[in-house]
Ligand binder design. Sequence first.
Ligand code: GLC
Ligand code: MG
Length: 584
Amino acid sequence: MALSNTVWITLAIVCASLVEGSMDRKDRQDPDWWKTTTVYQIYPRSFKDSDNDGTGDLKGIQSELDYFVDLGIETVWLSPIFKSPMKDFGYDVSDFIDIDPIFGTLEDFKDLLEAAHSRGLKIVMDYVPNHSSDQHEWFQKSLEKEDPYTDYYVWEDAIGFDNNGDPIPPNNWLSYFRYSAWEWNEQRQQFYLHQFVKEQPDLNYRNPLVLKEMQDVLTFWMELGVDGFRMDAVAYMWEDEQLLDEPLSGDPSALDEFDYFYLDHIYTNNLAETRDIILAAFDQTIKEFGAQDGYPRVNMLEVYLDIQDHLQYYECSDFPFNFYLISNTAQPPSAVMMFDAINYLLDNIEEDQVPNWVLGNHDNWRVGYRLGPKVVDTMNMILLTLPGVSVSYYGEEIGMTNNMNITFEQTVDPSGCNCGPQDYNEEVCSRDPERTPMQWNNGPNAGFNEGGPTWLPLNDNYVSVNVENQRDDPYSHFSIYKKMIALRQETALRFGSTVTKTIGNVLVVGRISETPETVPTFVLVANFAETSATVDLSEMFSTPQSDTGVVVVATDLQSDNSEGSIVSLQSITLSPMESFVFQL
Ligand code: GLC
Ligand code: MG
């Protein structure tokens, strides 16, 4: 079809004004924005419920955008808000390009996006490419063997039938949420693969049409104006064709032989094709779109792997999420443990690879529970002192902690339900404890809604642990978090080099500018001991001009190291569990 000249001219004008408009936008001034940004993960069901129906929603989020501006957050990542039967609370998507009515409408989303952008905030979408919901149109048509959908999913025949006449699955592969990863389908008389719940059939990326469909999904959201993606479960997208049994892992943390960690996932996880074929294509779609209007979108990946495997994912994204502050730390926290977790990444990445740090998310216990309430500020300070991108989970800025009082009957997470009444509250099981409603104030339902139902029980501690309570207290979790973010505007914290050290149980993280005469260096000291400690940092940080520093963010009111006080590098004394940042 030939377009008339007038149409072409009109199109050209529209495009030019779009590009121009985008360059004027307050949120689009720095193409390198994503390299040092502060990311805040919203779990939309739990953030703010505008219609009092018990589940958070887009209008709720929109009503709190100024909260991010006040806190200093730059980028908001939304866990899935797409149409979903909610078997895995949104990670089972039945329409990748529409909003679930529980959260609002596509119009609401556009409003939210505009309201965020007008404040200079970025919005990053979750993107769930490994699977869809079994209610997705593609799966429904695949069931019917309706082309081209017949091979959109991973279908396999039974290898036989047992004595009861039940079909035997192709192999021993397990679902992340326990039990076989194969589900029998009566209609097709075949098994389909699901590495998560059975209502989340894995997409078949050996079919190029699937890849194309999912690239189009990315384009759809970029055209609407989103600033990037967090890609879910990307290590699971490609499976070995031979369908061999996976070997036993010998992992003692496995509950039993139905536990995912019972096997070593050499045929289903982290296969080269997931990077070389699938992720490379997604990344290209995103990069090309950004190149067109001169404004890069961010592409961040969810992978939990050892460092050598982890690093390979830099080649097909902006960065894989670095979870080592979660996976490589445990109670009791110590300076050496944090030092090791930090340097596990820093010692291994190349200069052009952007470091990033994730402290918590909707799949892991909250910092205040996992590492203990005493280190909440310390961990936030570490997160916000380290170079690159910081990623916080909602509520971590006020020290929200797990709600371990959710009964098995109240448990809704499939991972918890599948573990049964004995084990549901184990760390590898229910994720409900870290997903409870955001604690805004000490009013009805902590200000999450107006006193209606709540999809998960609130944590009782909301009476004291809430935003309103902490806002005006200069030494609250909230205030310390906010001061740390403000400090990140400093050149040394954005672009400086990083030095780390432990002295006894004290962790030292320095961010050093190249021109210390004109641009200050910042040093975080964190005492992980229950006793006080004195450290000598003169060799590390003294300059011919100075051997003292000024405290800029303090945590312990009782100590001598309050904000504005002078510390002598030769002898810095920290109270038990105290941390603070000083400037040279
Ligand atoms: C990711 C998500 C998790 C979800 C799973 C399946 O790991 O973070 O919440 O259950 O993928 O989509
Ligand atoms: Mg609601």
